[in-house]
Write a protein that binds this ligand. Structure first.
Ligand SMILES: [Zn+2]
Length: 356
């Protein structure tokens, strides 16, 4: 199928898997407005359309630190049980509407404790909201599997606490761990204690690395901390010359380490300059295990369907390419092997077979 013939509805229907999507970056604008009113938080505007535009505009700063600052207005409405239940439920329904069949949602529970909830209560509440969303999506005939990644904020001191919760909730829907927040100046090895604990407990984790900072950050995440996947990792291209991977890039490709790539988000933070030139295409063509992700749907004004559409229109991707990155994501999901196989066999491959 030629790339120009893939219409948006076809893309929307393709089964998708997203490994890198932040709960607090994916709220519905109208929900932010309603919840903000309920808790007395002042927003830049109370018109949902204007608010959606404000997020994207504010996040288009070319700077990761300023991009992260926009989250103040989503986190403000995620400090109560009601706010967390609603945003978690809607999160799942929005994935279902986007054709996602497997999603890993991530968030840092330490950022939701300003209203008096403990980190443990935050995790329990989010799991409850996700379960409600899953039940509704299944009842509507669009079942979605959802796994949770708990994050620690790399610039604060509660990373180990979040890691302990990932271990505690491993049989209650939490499938892994991550560290988020400003990358520059906060290397992953600052949190070796947490990562060593997760390894001892056999809990898998990914690390945001190689987005704002380069190869040393990726190297440390993999070889010092022991990450099984890399969040973003766009700077791995610094270790590829004329299509030939150096030692670190070779390790990433040879070991089949998934790179959770988020093209639109990378344009906003300045980690990439165009969709056409985004490293995801070259890395895919070189056989790296690249995956396609949204990062923050509200803040980046995007969906999985839109990310796919951009690559089709601006980087010449075909349905086969979209299938490749979807299969990659399922293979590297933090799910048991038999469940990944079943998802591929019963859902993903039949979905692409009918589109090809
Ligand atoms: Zn992220």
């Amino acid at each position: 199928m030629s790339s120009t013939r893939i219409d948006t509805e076809t893309l929307r229907r393709l089964p998708k898997a997203v490994l890198h999507d932040h709960l607090d970056g994916g709220l519905r604008p109208a929900t932010v407005v309603e919840l903000a009113e309920a808790v007395g938080h002042t927003l830049p505007t109370t018109d949902p359309d204007e608010l959606a535009a404000w997020y994207v505009e504010a996040a288009n700063s070319g700077d990761l630190v300023r991009y992260i600052a926009t989250f103040e207005h989503t986190l403000a409405v995620m400090q109560t049980r009601e706010g967390l239940l609603r945003t978690a439920e809607e999160y799942v329904l929005d994935l279902a509407a986007d054709g996602v069949v497997y999603g890993e949602v991530r968030y840092a529970p330490e950022l939701n404790t300003r209203g008096g909830l403990t980190m443990r209560e935050v995790v329990e509440t989010v799991q409850e909201g996700l379960a409600a969303g899953r039940a509704k999506a299944a009842a509507a005939g669009t079942p979605v599997r959802v796994g949770t990644l708990l994050c620690g904020m790399r610039m604060f001191d509660r990373v180990r606490e979040a890691a302990d919760l990932a271990v505690a909730f491993r049989d209650a829907g939490v499938v892994g761990f991550d560290i988020a927040g400003a990358e520059d100046g906060f290397p992953p090895a600052d949190h070796l204690d947490a990562f060593a604990h997760l390894r001892r407990e056999n809990v898998p984790f990914t690390i945001h690395a190689g987005e704002a900072h380069g190869l040393p950050s990726i190297h440390q995440a993999l070889q010092v901390c022991g990450a099984q996947r890399i969040g973003h990792g766009v700077r791995i291209t610094d270790d590829i010359v004329d299509g030939k991977p150096g030692r670190l890039a070779g390790w990433v490709r040879d070991r089949r380490i998934a790179l959770e790539m988020c093209p639109t988000s990378n344009l906003q933070t300045g980690a990439a300059i165009s969709i056409a030139g985004h490293p995801v295409t070259a890395l895919k063509d070189l056989g790296f295990r690249v995956t396609l992700n949204t990062d923050n749907r509200l803040v980046s004004g995007t969906t999985m369907t839109r990310e796919m559409s951009l690559l089709v229109e601006q980087a010449g991707w075909t349905v086969e390419d979209l299938r490749t990155v979807t299969v990659n994501a399922v293979k590297s999901a933090f799910l048991p092997f038999d469940e990944r196989n079943a998802l591929l066999r019963d859902v993903v491959l039949p979905g692409y077979a009918s589109a090809l």
